[in-house]
Design a protein around this ligand. Sequence first.
Ligand code: FAD
Length: 527
Amino acid sequence: MWKQGWREEVWSQLISEPWDLIIIGGGITGAGILREATRIGLRTLLLEGNDFASGTSSRSSKLVHGGLRYLRNRQIRITFESVRERERLLDQGRGLISKLSFLFPVYSDSKVPGWVFGLGLAFYDLLGFKWAHRHYRIHEVIERWPGIRQEGLTGGYRYFDAQTDDARLVLRVLLESVQEGGVALNYANVERLMRHSSGDVCGVIVRDCDPSSEGRTTEVTAPVVINATGAWADDLRMNVRARRRLRRLRGSHLVLPIDKVPISRAITFYHPQNRRPVFIFPWEGTVIVGTTDVDHELDMQAEPSINHSEVEYLLETVHFAFPSLNISTNDLISTYAGVRAVIDTGKADPSRESREHVIWLENGLLTITGGKLTTFRVMAHDALRAIQHRLPSHARLDRKKRVLAKPSSKTAFDVELDISTRRRILGRYGEAAPALIAASRREELRPIENTPFLWAEIRWGAQAEGVIHLDDLLMRRMRLGIISPEGGTGLLDQIREIAQPELGWNDTRWEEEAEAYRKLWLSAYAP
Ligand code: FAD
């Protein structure tokens, strides 16, 4: 798909193609718009300044959820939309999106009585047209969540949401768009917007950030430009002299080994310090604890990372729920942080700011930001509807189309893999799954150490998924950077054997990349 030489091909297309639409930003928002725009016949180009999904879309809590917290803030519309999208994604994204059971434990000193929570869950279920929550007695809670705080425990409620691999979701949406004729380029930074004499935006100046390109730039024009740059959206809006309206909030997570916190289901509760909802859940053979919600005033060019007080806050989360486990910083595998954009209304408590997405049309530049990973399809439709009057008349949105392609006979492959691995590969790679299997050596169809990832995914990622730097492969095509001890640096020799020839890097380039990866991991992901 994005095999060696693909960037040259795309770069030469940039100037020659008559684009209908340019999307800036290759996170889930941009990917979703590319998907919908391509399927309605628009010649669409997506430009991502760094790697695909390298922004917030690989740093989320990885939940595909209705968002009970939004219900608590009486944001009914966003909850309703999210629940419906969760159901749609569960239905269409098997192997990439999976159901996750949550427990909300109830204690005798809870400020909100348990039945209120039960009522909220009934409403939550109704929004999704299903009845899945239930009450657990004390012994049922203890049986299912061993080690849980028992003092004052009076029972609990179970409900369902879902989880995913956020970066792989972005990649699947992007790759399906590209298969249908969309064009997406990573490491293509939009330096500036071009404007007509009338003041309206009519294109972009883009710089190639691939190290082998020597920083070439070019102008690309289109009647419509969409700013889907998430937490960076205000920076681009400065080009049309718009005033800053966004507040950047950082959310951080801890990643722990599952043998230290042996749970197979999620748990959520209010943090004892500030009563914000927090959660602990299993993900890809590890356990994730999240999240914080603090103002992020640091340089947006640098990788966001957790700070000391956030680590303390999240460790307190684990101590509160599982006091006997005595988890400390020594137990952590990694940490990661992401930054979201919300409209700045100046609320003292950042968690009170609305998470709904916003759309602004300013001098021909359409900005869409905020919202959620879960609702990317809804956001894409809203964005395209807002600029419908500037699009060719043949471009008609169809809300009934699938969000992820249906597996077809083309996705079948004939090797011995257990059912869950087979489902994983199909879910993560969609139509490309048979090609991944065909490209692999027999011995690569086994898991990498204790992770659910296969060695074959290293080869495929390096060969066909647009990897420019080593962290693209280890942080986003695969998630070894967050789930493996030391970010998987102990495996670099084995990874090199497979990846270096596929990437076409000489020894010097490999060593530089490996060194840069170690530094990145230590600065932004190390416990
Ligand atoms: P991003 O993913 O940040 O993408 C924007 C992209 O624009 C970046 O890749 C950036 O490199 C690129 N860019 C910036 N400037 C330029 C430029 N000049 N030229 C080219 N490219 C540029 N939602 C859920 O549904 N479930 C969750 O569990 C969940 N958890 C979350 C946890 C945290 C801590 C946070 C912060 C958010 C969470 N969200 C969750 C929300 C969700 O992650 C975000 O809404 C979503 O990822 C935002 O996607 P995006 O594409 O708008 O932004």
